[in-house]
Design a protein around this ligand. Structure first.
Ligand code: FES
Length: 136
C-alpha cells in the first residue's frame, strides 16, 4: 500500500491505496494527487478539471519527492504562474505518485475553498474579511 498525506490547515489527512486498484476519477493524471483526492474525498481544488490549465491544485511536497513522476514542460510552465511558488511545488493533477509522499496545500488554496472560489492572498480569514467589510 502506498500512503499519501495531504496537510490541510496544518492537519494531516492520510489515504492509502494500491497501485492499479483505484478507479480513475477523470480528474488529472491517473494516480496523481488530484485523482486520488477525488476518489478519497480530500478537498484538493481543481478549477480546470485536472488539465494543467490553472494552478488551483498547487501542492507543496514535504516528503517523498523521489516518489513522484518527473515534471513535464507544460506543468513547469503552468506552475510558473502559481502564487506562492516554491522549489517543492507541483501541480496536484500532474504529479503521479509511485510511493509514499506528503504534500501540503498552500494557504491561498485553502482560502479559495473557504471563500467560495475567490482567491485571497496572504493569511486572511473569514474574521479578517468581515472586519474589512465593515471598514469604510
Ligand atoms: Fe488545473 Fe491542476 S487542476 S492545473
Amino acid at each position: 500500500m502506498t500512503k499519501v498525506t495531504y496537510i490541510i490547515d496544518g492537519e494531516p489527512t492520510v489515504i492509502e491505496f494500491e497501485h492499479g486498484k483505484v478507479p480513475y476519477s477523470n480528474h488529472g493524471r491517473p494516480e496523481s494527487f488530484l485523482d486520488l483526492a477525488k476518489h478519497f474525498h480530500v478537498p484538493l481544488e481543481h478549477a480546470c478539471g485536472g488539465s494543467c490549465a490553472c494552478t488551483t491544485c498547487h501542492v507543496i511536497i514535504r516528503e517523498g519527492e523521489e516518489n513522484l513522476s518527473e515534471m513535464q514542460d507544460d506543468e513547469a510552465d503552468r506552475l510558473d504562474t502559481a502564487w506562492g511558488l516554491t522549489a517543492q511545488s507541483r501541480l496536484g493533477c500532474q504529479a503521479v505518485i509511485s510511493g509514499d509522499v506528503v504534500c501540503e496545500l498552500p494557504m491561498y488554496t485553502r482560502n479559495y475553498v473557504q471563500e467560495g472560489g475567490g482567491i485571497q492572498l496572504g493569511k486572511s480569514t473569514k474574521k479578517d474579511r468581515k472586519a474589512q467589510e465593515v471598514t469604510p
